[in-house]
Write a protein that binds this ligand. Structure first.
Ligand code: ZN
Length: 257
């Protein structure tokens, strides 16, 4: 099984997964990039599209791709998409070839946001998490509450640590600037930042990233750690419990230049 991050717009990835001659696409914000890829790989057929949430940069290509391929679209039960879709929610399983995609509800960025996790045989598991978890960061809270987002990130963080995290944006370097401000003494974070800088200099994606790495470096998965907590408290002294500390961290990031 082959995983392909297809760049779209300025910093999106449309994730493709190829199993023999079958193709699955995730969050196609535009159709042309996917159709061009298919034209370069004759015989490969797009039959399934997974959608994490309703934003246009994740759904803009749906109509064109469905019309061109007849692919079946699975997306959040709570959100409207530009094409008819099979609504999915926590606990649902989508069979695709040898894979069983588990659907997770991860509200926060949007209220109906879902994520998809599966474990290909002989490979590390895959997570398509849209705009919920980014490398060294997390999505903005456009619709949900800090409470919801923290619970969603906790659910993702509890997946097997070798899970390959496939985020929908290449935001890693800018997230790392903030992460290093929050946790300047985190040696693993420093090493990861150097590695990501090198990859971007060579125009390579920083993704996918192992969940074990995110647990070690992502401040939004580490808001209970004393190092992160102390840093939040210097900035927002009023934080007290886990949710308000997380809310303060997200607010700090929003204002971070
Ligand atoms: Zn979004």
């Amino acid at each position: 099984m082959q995983l392909i991050p297809l760049p779209a717009f300025s910093d999106n990835y449309i994730w493709l997964l190829k199993d023999q001659q079958r193709l699955l696409a995730v969050d196609p914000g535009e159709g042309t990039a996917v159709l061009d890829w298919m034209a370069a790989h004759p015989g490969v057929l797009l039959d399934t599209i997974l959608v994490t949430h309703h934003h246009a940069d994740h759904t803009g290509g749906l109509a064109e791709l469905v019309q061109a391929t007849g692919a079946q679209v699975y997306g959040p039960a709570l959100e409207k998409l530009p094409v008819a879709h099979t609504p999915v929610t926590q606990g649902d399983v989508i069979a695709w070839g040898p894979l069983a995609w588990q659907v997770l509800d991860v509200p926060g960025h949007t209220l109906g946001h879902v994520a998809f996790w599966a474990h290909p045989q002989g490979q590390a598991p895959l997570l398509f998490c849209g705009d919920t978890l980014f490398s060294a960061g997390c999505g903005r809270l456009f619709e949900g509450t800090p409470d919801q987002m923290l619970a969603s990130l906790n659910q993702l963080s509890a997946l097997p640590e070798d899970t390959r995290v496939c985020c929908a944006h290449e935001y890693t370097l800018s997230n790392l600037k903030f992460a290093l401000t929050v946790e300047p003494g985190n040696a693993q974070l420093q090493a990861y930042a150097a590695q990501c800088q090198e990859r971007r200099q060579q125009s390579l994606p920083t993704l996918p990233v192992a969940l074990s790495t995110e647990r070690a470096i992502n401040p939004f998965l580490r808001s209970r750690q004393s190092s992160v907590r102390q840093s939040i408290q210097q900035h927002w002294p009023e934080d007290s419990d886990d949710v308000s500390a997380f809310a303060a961290l997200r607010q700090w990031k929003n204002e971070f230049q």
